[in-house]
Design a protein around this ligand. Structure first.
Ligand SMILES: [Zn+2]
Length: 258
């Protein structure tokens, strides 16, 4: 009966004990009791575990906040620099040409570089894929802007956007998105997805050169393949091997767990 009373008293004190709010004398008595009583030791372990679990989300949130604020500072510094650059361009552009032309392209370029980073920082999930999607959209916008400014405003060159600009942009977007879909839909690891990207880059490179009008003979075709295609192929094979090794290791680990 007396033992039970001691245990109850100790258990009542444990929350204070865990938080280091008990006096030196109480600590000594509690320590002495814990050394002998398994029941109270279990109660203490459960209590400390609970405290850790409760503290974890706050610590996680704080870490997230620190991580985000670190990126936010970077983001705002880069943003301020970008705004200064754009304003300088606008002023010089108007002073020199009495109209806005190439500063619009600078603005488009900065938005293209800046927006994907912003999305990557702010997105809650699928950061990378969302950032790539935004970058993809921005590249199309930038191409249209360059065509409009260079040809429309400055009267330089021709309408290359439909013939070359958009086809090439669409071609390379397809290469990137097929690789990303392999990763998202088939759960292929990033290395395998990268190998898909490299392999698709070989025909994409050939098509790009054909669209630009670089092929005048069979020799041009083989030259381009040796310069670009072979490199892509070799890098693709390296990624493929690394990816397959990862995939096999993961498969093994899953089997062992089962
Ligand atoms: Zn006890």
């Amino acid at each position: 009966m007396e033992q039970k009373l001691v245990c109850d008293t100790v258990k009542d004190l444990l929350p204070l004990y865990v938080d280091h709010l008990t006096s030196e004398a109480s600590n000594e008595s509690i320590d002495a009791h814990l050394a002998e009583c398994a029941d109270c030791r279990t109660a203490l372990t459960q209590m400390t575990e609970q405290v850790e679990v409760e503290a974890a989300p706050e610590v996680e949130n704080f870490k997230k906040y620190l991580y985000k604020s670190k990126w936010s500072i970077f983001y705002w510094v880069m943003g301020s620099l970008a705004i200064i650059a754009i304003i300088t361009c606008f002023i010089v552009n108007i002073a020199v040409e009495q109209r806005l032309s190439w500063s619009l392209i600078v603005l488009g370029g900065i938005i293209t570089a800046y927006l994907p980073v912003y999305v990557a920082i702010e997105a809650e999930n699928h950061k990378f894929i969302k950032a790539v999607a935004v970058l993809n959209g921005c590249v199309f916008g930038l191409l249209l802007l360059i065509q409009a400014v260079v040809y429309g405003v400055m009267g330089i060159g021709s309408m290359w956007i439909w013939r070359i600009g958009l086809p090439i942009a669409l071609l390379w977007s397809a290469v990137v998105w097929v690789s990303i879909l392999c990763h998202v839909c088939f759960q292929w690891n990033p290395m395998l997805a990268l190998s898909v990207l490299c392999f698709l880059a070989v025909p994409a490179n050939g098509l790009t050169n054909w669209l630009v009008g670089d092929y005048h003979s069979m020799a041009d075709f083989t030259d381009n393949f040796v310069v670009n295609g072979l490199g892509d192929l070799m890098i693709g094979v390296v990624f493929l091997i690394i990816g397959l090794v990862f995939q096999m290791k993961r498969g093994k680990a899953q089997k062992e767990r089962v």
